[in-house]
Ligand binder design. Structure first.
Ligand code: CO8
Length: 258
């Protein structure tokens, strides 16, 4: 089992769980956290026995941002040449569906990390925001791009320019969060959702995620073309035959991931 410094990692059934674990810093994301999360997510992603990943934090904080104390003294050249935090792109690129289970603060890089996931489930205690403007900087892990796609230009502009936090209800109304649940039920709800997803056909999950990702980037006609090709390609899987036979035979499908 790989050793990690800043996260806890566990496999439960077909779900890989990653828990950010720097309580002394409200799970602020330093370079080691990035290394740990990317390594753990990559291992889960390479494992066909894993059909979903849950990323969570503590009750008080999902993550209160990038680690300000680690960044404070760096020069622009150091940030640029060190590609500081660039490796998070590898986390965003995992093919396995990832659920962010957010309780407490998801600020700055914490909000941006949640937005690298496919689904954001929030406790009613969750608080989202991009407060970088208060530090004399701007979002640097995707916030200025992904938040607009999630909540629209004007809401994103208000949040990024003012640094204001929004609560879970506002985040749900805005479309950032798929569902808000009582804080005490967050992990159970995340487990239920993840177990359900992980029981589906793995090739279909990868395909669905790939087309969802493409929708964020490509023009409609190109996205529709991709969707048609990917849809057709799934008819070469045993899982498609099983899924449709199970429907006809009125029984639950038993997917094999091929
Ligand atoms: N970095 C480092 N340490 C932190 C951070 C952080 N982001 N957030 C909290 N901590 C530490 C505090 O310093 C404190 O440590 P100590 O006890 O040693 O003083 C401990 O966590 C507890 O925090 P507080 O005492 O402040 O707790 P409160 O309950 O009073 O306040 C808040 C909670 C409101 C969340 C407050 O801690 C806060 O405002 N934190 C900073 C939030 C923030 O500004 N986040 C954005 C950071 S910048 C960023 O994310 C940029 C991302 C892009 C980087 C890309 C690089 C290329």
């Amino acid at each position: 089992m790989t050793e990690y410094e800043t996260i806890l990692v566990e496999t439960r059934g077909r779900v890989g769980w990653i828990t950010l674990n720097r309580p002394e810093a409200l799970n602020a994301l330093n370079t080691q956290t990035m290394t740990d999360v990317v390594a753990a997510a990559s291992l889960f992603d390479a494992d066909d026995a894993i059909g979903a990943i849950v990323l969570t934090g503590s009750e008080r904080a999902f993550a209160a941002g990038a680690d300000i104390k680690e960044m404070e003294s760096k020069s622009g050249l150091e940030m640029f040449m060190g590609d500081h935090f660039g490796d998070w792109a590898r986390f965003a690129a995992v093919r396995t569906p990832v659920i962010a289970a957010v309780s407490g603060y998801a600020l700055g890089g914490g909000c941006e990390l949640a937005m690298m996931c496919d689904i954001i489930l929030a406790a009613d205690s969750a608080k989202f925001g991009q407060p970088e403007i208060n530090l004399g900087v701007i979002p640097g892990m995707g916030g200025s791009q992904r938040l607009i796609r999630a909540v629209g230009y004007y809401k994103a502009a208000e949040l990024i320019l003012s640094g204001r936090m929004m609560d879970a209800a506002e985040a749900e109304r805005s479309g950032l969060v798929s569902r808000v649940v009582p804080a005490a039920e967050l992990l159970d709800e995340a487990a239920k959702l993840a177990d359900g997803i992980a029981a589906k056909s793995l090739p279909a999950l990868y395909a669905a995620k790939a087309t969802l990702d493409a929708a964020m980037e490509v023009p409609l006609a190109e996205g529709l073309r991709l969707e048609r090709h990917v849809f057709a390609s799934l008819f070469d899987t045993a899982d498609q035959k099983e899924g449709m036979a199970a429907f006809r035979e009125k029984r639950p499908p038993a997917f094999q991931g091929r």
